[in-house]
Design a protein around this ligand. Structure first.
Ligand code: M6R
Length: 606
């Protein structure tokens, strides 16, 4: 949550900082600010989005070849100009931008107040600026190090000072930070999307690392040189731009056929009915001996995990349970060393709860695996082994293409462990053949875009929606409801169809439409009965059904068709119309689809 960008080099910092903030805005967008150093400091901050900051900067001379900037998702203190970063000491000599939470800030603030410090904001971050000032004895990095020794919590931070204008001091603990290495310039950021326009060479800061970044160098307290740690970013700048689409979310939905292609490329061996996941090769034998799998994740990634549970148990023969990472981390989970495998699923690879669950599982001796999209992210580095999604940067706050790629990887994972256990060659080859066809088939769903838009027009006026399904598509009911909630702020609930009679059916009337995911699968007849019950109570029904199913038209008011495939693969189709439906309803209602209120792309605080 929140975005950090910092620049030191031979160019004017302002343009790079603003461009970086624009690209980082999906990480938080309730206020923004920057500071540059030239002859003294220029600080500009505003409440609201980066566009507000741009307006504030118009015709304002903001010179300086070093600067730091921040876009905020409020934790401590309301979104306002005074709480926007950068924060500084009273003399306005030391400036800090910070992601994370300083948990003991109240105690530290009281101590500083006793020493005479006066605070200008309600944030936890401001404490850092005062602590650094207090400890400053002519060397900024030493002052940052000694300030951080007093701090409990999480941070990714960048610090500059009028007293030493050639350096940015950076540090991380539980919140990502990286340094993009350029020619005669270096850029600090919390996310690669902010720097790929300038350089592809990055150094990811390690946990609890402190480093000094100058225009011609990077010096870490750990003593490790930048040279041995440079990673090359594979993402292209175009992937982080809208490319003619009105919103990132729509672009990302339309990228999905390609994303699935990229996720399975080189990993599917159709003729042998196998999947080869390079990242898991080393631990494959250990995994083969595991008797139980725990999947953990948050939000949309958690729903992918739920699909995984059905897959692994039915086709992998592996007892599987799925748990919200925020719950797992506080339970006393039973993990049997060498017998329990643990799988974390995360787009960003930085979600605080998922990361904490990973650390806990590791501590308890599980084989810890990951399905992660962002290369080099903390979860990717903390797990014993894992698979990258290859979905490219996902900018829309509502996850779409990352989810699809998580499903694609889970299909491959199922094939891999299934064939390792009981799955026959014939079944493996059949599944592999169907997986191969997925990208083209998803394309065919996208061609119904106009029709889905019309359905959205018809239903956008309703304030409550129910999403139901069974078996493999029950998690898709949850995901469909989450998509609608997140971007349109409409109340939506997902339920297993079989639960209707246990309560939710009481909600049904002509003003409470139901979205039913009902492919022609092993539970089709059961769901049809549920729909009859809804219809009998005057409930409107939008069905997502299999091509060729005409019977569904007798019960549903509107039908969106998805191609036929194996039952286990249907979630990757059924989610697509639900993404589009949520998107168009939100657009019709005039919502900011890519930056929904109160949300941020990656939840790096608890
Ligand atoms: O980066 P992660 O996959 O770990 O993020 C998990 C959730 O925060 C994320 O899926 C969230 O629910 C999205 N906003 C869903 O659209």
């Amino acid at each position: 949550m929140c975005g950090i960008i910092g620049y030191v080099g031979s160019r004017q910092a302002k343009e790079i900082l603003i461009d970086g903030l624009t690209r980082l805005e999906y990480r938080g967008y309730d206020s923004a600010g920057l500071v540059t150093l030239n002859d003294g400091a220029v600080i500009v901050k505003t409440e609201g989005k980066v566009d507000e900051l741009k307006k504030r900067l118009e015709n304002k001379p903001v010179d300086g070849k070093i600067g730091i900037a921040h876009t905020r998702w409020a934790t401590h203190g309301e979104p306002s100009e005074r709480n926007a970063h950068p924060h500084s000491d009273e003399k306005r000599q030391i400036f800090v931008v910070h992601n994370g939470i300083i948990e003991n800030y109240k105690h530290l603030k009281d101590e500083l107040i006793k020493k005479g410090h006066k605070f200008a904001s309600d944030t936890d971050t401001e404490v850092l600026a005062h602590l650094i000032e207090e400890d400053y004895k002519g060397n900024l990095e030493q002052a940052v190090a000694s300030a951080l020794s007093l701090v409990r919590g999480t941070y990714g931070l960048a610090v500059i000072s009028c007293l030493e204008t050639d350096k940015i001091v950076v540090a991380r603990s539980g919140s990502p930070l990286l340094v993009g290495l350029g020619n005669d310039e270096n850029i600090v950021a919390s996310d690669v999307s902010a720097i790929i326009r300038y350089t592809k060479e990055v150094v990811y800061l390690e946990e609890r690392e402190i480093a000094v970044v100058k225009k011609d160098g990077f010096h870490s307290f750990s003593g490790k040189s930048a040279k041995d740690r440079v990673a090359l970013v594979e993402w292209e700048i175009e992937q982080a731009e809208k490319g003619g689409f009105p919103h990132f979310m729509l672009k990302e939905i339309f990228e999905q056929p390609k994303v699935v292609e990229d996720s399975i490329r080189g990993r599917l061996i159709e003729e042998d009915g196998l999947a080869k996941l390079g990242g898991l090769e080393e631990v494959k034998d250990r995994l083969g001996k595991c008797e139980r799998l725990i999947i953990t994740a948050c939000g949309t990634a958690y729903y992918a995990g739920l699909v995984g549970e059905y897959l692994f148990e039915e086709y992998g023969g592996l007892p599987t349970e799925v748990e919200y990472a925020s719950e797992f981390r506080y339970r006393k989970p039973i993990i049997e060393r060498d017998k329990t495998a643990f799988l974390a699923i995360s787009q960003s690879g930085e979600t605080a709860d998922t990361l904490a669950a990973v650390c806990e599982a590791k501590r308890k001796g599980a084989l810890v695996l990951g399905i992660v999209n962002v290369v080099g992210s903390t979860i990717a580095r903390e797990t014993d082994a894992g698979v990258y999604n290859h979905a490219g940067p996902e900018i829309g706050v509502a996850s779409t293409k990352a989810f699809i790629s998580q499903l694609a990887v889970l299909f491959l994972f199922t094939l891999m462990i299934g064939r390792q256990r009981e799955m026959s060659f014939v079944t493996g080859r059949k599944i592999a053949g169907h997986i191969k066809r997925l990208p083209n088939q998803i394309n065919s769903i996208l061609t119904q875009d106009e029709k889905i838009k019309e359905i959205a027009q018809k239903y956008a006026k309703y304030n409550d929606f129910l999403y139901i399904s069974r078996k493999y598509n029950f998690p898709i009911a949850l995901e469909g409801a989450l998509k609608l909630k997140e971007i349109s702020y409409i109340h939506a609930e997902g339920y297993p169809s079989g639960e209707m009679k246990h309560g939710p059916i009481a909600l049904i009337d002509e003003n409470f439409p139901t979205i039913a995911i009902i492919p022609k699968d092993s539970v089709y007849e059961k769901t049809i009965s549920n729909l009859e019950e809804i219809k009998a109570r005057k409930g409107k029904i939008i069905a997502v059904a299999t091509e060729g199913d005409e019977e569904i038209q007798n019960v549903a008011d509107d039908v969106i068709y998805i191609p036929e495939t194996l039952e286990m693969l249907t979630p990757i189709f059924s989610v697509v119309p639900l993404q589009l439906l949520a998107y168009y309803i939100a657009v019709i209602r005039g919502k900011d689809v890519d930056k929904p209120r109160n949300l941020a792309k990656s939840v790096t605080v608890e």
